[in-house]
Design a protein. Structure first.
Length: 306
């Protein structure tokens, strides 16, 4: 570049600085808008890039939990304790359902804890796009973040049930002079069951969240399905009470394998069936992979049409 050109560039740069200093006007930055890349790999990278939004949407979900209620946070404990008390009275008292050598209330809480984590996470994940419909119509956010982050209230539910379970273990342990918690590698299996429960609920939410944004029938139908599903899972009754010819069909239910693994790992009751657990892992993986592909394919068009 010649000296003349350098002097010209310097002059133009100096004139530009003088103009900005006197008028305060700065040229706006240039924004280049390009289409989103296709494929699930790009969606996952996008979720990681916007990962801080999970905290934002999670806190929004927690704020909506008991908004406009008189009792407020008291519902956090009323909601789990009342059903547990009623079920203990009916199944453990009136019907005398077995509990595999532990107090029925303890047996019930141990089975209900992973189930409520699953049911709550699935319901909140299903409603994720519906609850944020107005927001995603105004600004762009990776919609895949919503079913993941919206399950935050389920973690609070799990913490509350674990608190109830801990208090029950201590109380019955003092009363009976017995340690009901089995310390050892079983706790690792119980933690694995919890992780798989969350992943299972997330995979199902990929399937249900988009249709639920267009029609509330999905959410209502899911409530009926969960109300029936709980009876197919050994929560209110021990698996040992199921006739042998039907037990294999019960264990094909992924939640049955996860609940049994959780109870076995924590209290030493139930059973650790590695075959059923392997089948559950395969089914959960299939649900997540196919659900992720379905969600990515339809979420953009569904959000624009509602």
């Amino acid at each position: 570049m010649s000296v003349k050109n350098l002097e010209q560039d310097s002059l133009e740069s100096f004139e530009k600085k003088v103009e900005v200093a006197t008028t305060g006007v700065v040229d706006p930055p240039e924004w280049v808008i390009v289409p989103r890349r296709a494929g699930w790999e790009a969606r996952l990278r996008e979720v990681w890039r916007y990962r801080r939004l999970t905290k934002f949407f999670g806190s929004r979900a927690l704020q909506k939990l008991y908004r406009r209620t008189k009792l407020g946070r008291a519902w956090l404990f009323i909601r789990p304790l009342f059903p547990l008390a009623v079920r203990t009275l009916i199944f453990g008292g009136l019907l005398g359902v077995g509990s595999e050598g532990v107090p029925y209330f303890l047996f019930l809480v141990a089975g209900t804890t992973p189930w409520e984590l699953f049911a709550s996470a699935l319901m909140w994940g299903t409603r994720s796009l519906e609850l944020n419909r107005s927001l995603i119509k105004q600004i762009y956010v990776p919609r895949l973040i919503l079913p993941i982050s919206q399950m935050t209230p389920a973690y609070l539910t799990f913490f509350i049930y674990m608190t109830v379970l801990t208090v029950a273990v201590i109380a019955f342990g003092i009363r009976d002079g017995r340690n009901y918690i089995v310390f050892g590698t079983g706790l690792i299996w119980a933690a694995l069951a919890v992780v798989l429960t969350v992943i299972f609920a997330m995979g199902l939410a990929f399937w249900t969240s988009v249709p639920a944004m267009a029609a509330r029938d999905v959410r209502f139908t899911l409530g009926f399905i969960l109300g029936f599903w709980i009876f197919l899972t050994p929560i209110l009754y021990p698996l040992s009470s199921v006739p042998e010819q039907w037990r294999i069909w019960v264990m094909l239910n992924p939640m049955a394998a996860l609940v049994e693994t959780f109870k076995w790992g924590l209290l030493g009751i139930g059973s650790l069936d590695l075959v059923s657990l392997t089948v559950a892992v395969v089914l959960i993986a299939a649900v997540n992979i196919t659900g992720l592909m379905f969600f990515i394919r339809v979420e953009a068009d569904a959000a624009d049409k509602t």
